[in-house]
Design a protein around this ligand. Structure first.
Ligand code: MN3
Length: 383
């Protein structure tokens, strides 16, 4: 029986993790949960899964949650950053699923590694901003970082049995989002609603916008670089509209190993929890006769400038990926508030990177400072 803790339990990754756990009551139990502000859903999760510890973002919600739970057994309730760390390091848990979005995912992951928890990692920022700290730390404490992101899970699955074999390149696939094939002029006119339509994957708003701008794929290039120790320039983004081949690895003899499947996040989540075993999973299985054709195209770096910028900062390293990510978080917020146009997201990122003072190997607090300073400059309206 594996005891699972989840941060971000009411989000897209969190709820899908719980649905995997629901399918396998013999394999998993829930140790601890945390969420942001969706306390009514958290209350439902507590009633169903009986975690020992939970945490919410705000103190007032911790109080409110108790009222939601009258008549049932109330777990220990914490809040804020301390609460998040309490959930991440909870003594009886074996593995932490990090499903929260943003840079606030870094600290709880560091704490969990130091508490010797394996990490099922969906939070991209942890590796994008702090990969140079996280990967050696995981090694030092002997914990596994298991990718939950579908592409990285596919790469991880493709690498099984190939330990020690040199990777020549990683084929990182992208759905391309709702705007692939459009010109820059077309993109000037797109709206928030257009950007929120992802044809294949069901994700939170931030990731969906990042998917439309392909900034998400840029973050994933950096994530893959850290997870698999492959140079940025050996990671090639392939737009694959069907989202069936979830990514692949080419070895030095030319062999390409890939993982294919229907687009369903529950598979990479479950594999991270059951690795190296595979277990039953409900839902539609892939039928290649139905798919018929798989296509692969190269993204245009002039149209998807955010992707190109990500590859540049990934190569440069230091605190620039943090500046990139923080600028994107702030710019996406502005876009969702309908204060800027879609193409301005990448313009803001570009300017933020230019204005960042380079730190070669930033500490966790320097990462935080770079992130905060970048957001602050954007909030003050430098455009
Ligand atoms: Mn992905």
């Amino acid at each position: 029986m594996k005891n699972v803790s989840i941060i971000g339990s009411t989000g897209s990754i969190g709820t899908q993790t719980l649905s995997v756990i629901r399918e396998h009551p013999d394999l998993f139990s829930v140790a601890a949960l945390s969420c942001g502000r969706n306390i009514s859903l958290l209350a439902d999760e507590i009633r169903e899964f009986h975690p020992a510890v939970v945490s919410v973002e705000r103190e007032e919600d911790a109080e409110k949650l108790k009222e939601f739970l009258t008549g049932c057994q109330i777990p220990k309730i914490s809040f804020g950053e301390e609460g998040l760390i309490e959930v991440s390091t909870y003594s009886s848990s074996d593995i932490l699923v990090s499903g929260i979005v943003g840079m606030r995912g870094i600290k709880p992951t560091v704490a969990a590694i130091k508490a010797k928890k394996d990490i099922a990692l969906a939070n991209k920022e942890t590796l994008v901003c702090a990969g140079h700290i996280i990967m050696p730390l995981a090694k030092e404490y002997g914990v596994s970082i298991l990718p939950v992101d579908s592409e990285h899970s596919a790469i991880f699955q493709s690498l099984q049995g190939n330990e020690g074999n040199r990777i020549e390149k990683i084929i990182l696939t992208a759905s391309g989002g709702p705007f692939f094939g459009m010109s820059k002029d077309d993109l000037k006119k797109v709206t928030v609603d257009d950007a929120l339509k992802n044809p294949n994957w069901d994700m939170g708003a931030k990731v969906t916008i990042d998917s439309a701008s392909m900034v998400n794929k840029g973050l994933e290039v950096m994530e893959a670089h850290w997870l698999f120790d492959v140079p940025i320039d050996d990671i090639k983004v392939h737009v694959h509209r069907q989202s069936i081949l979830h990514s692949a690895v080419q070895f030095s003899d030319g062999a390409v190993m890939a993982q294919l499947g229907t687009p369903d996040m529950r598979l990479p989540i479950q594999y991270a929890l059951t690795y190296p075993a595979r277990e039953e999973l409900s839902g539609k299985k892939l039928d290649l006769f139905e798919i018929r054709a798989l296509t692969f195209e190269e993204p245009d770096p002039l149209v998807f400038k955010g992707l190109k910028l990500a590859i540049d900062v990934g190569r440069a390293g230091g605190n620039l990926p943090t500046a990139f990510n923080a600028a994107d978080e702030e710019a996406v917020k502005l876009f969702l508030e309908r204060k800027i146009g879609f193409l301005e997201i990448a313009d803001i990122i570009e300017r933020a990177i230019d204005e960042t003072e380079f730190i070669c190997s930033p500490t966790l607090s320097e990462i935080e400072e770079t992130g905060e300073a970048t957001k602050e400059r954007i909030r003050k309206g430098f455009l």
